[in-house]
Design a protein around this ligand. Structure first.
Ligand code: DGP
Length: 116
């Protein structure tokens, strides 16, 4: 996708602080962190959101690749013992501002028991 910010990050056209990369998955630091650890995990293939992604075999495969990479990403950011929150905002009214599926990996401080 030519004008997608995260596709540009995948292609190296916009700089990012990479945490993890493999053939299918990229993890990089969020530009506006809300916690000491705030990493975005994305599929390299463009899917507009999680709902769209989950509706195709290609998307389900890409989701599997993200979950396959998750333990290593968590290890790299030092959250294995501390724990973390994994968030996906799906759609504009859920707060999704970049229309390329991404998961927020958040941790490094107490996040409390409430989701909102
Ligand atoms: P969401 O609201 O769920 O769509 O989250 C989008 C996140 O993407 C938001 O926390 C800020 C982050 N972000 C937006 N543009 C860039 C960028 O160019 N680089 C990086 N590293 N993060 C970005």
């Amino acid at each position: 996708m030519d004008n997608c910010i995260f596709c540009k990050i995948v292609r190296g056209e916009i700089p990012s602080t990479k945490i993890y990369e493999d053939d299918n998955v990229l993890a990089f630091k969020d530009l506006h962190p809300v916690s000491p650890v705030h990493v975005l995990i994305i599929p390299k293939i463009h899917f507009a959101n999680l709902h769209v992604m989950s509706a195709s075999e290609e998307g389900l495969k890409a989701l599997g690749e993200i979950y396959r990479a998750l333990p290593e990403i968590v290890r790299l950011v030092g959250l294995e013992e501390k724990g973390f929150r994994l968030i996906n905002n799906c759609g504009a009214s859920a707060g999704q501002s970049v229309m390329h599926t991404h998961f927020h990996l958040i941790g490094g401080r107490s996040l409390g028991t409430r989701i909102l």
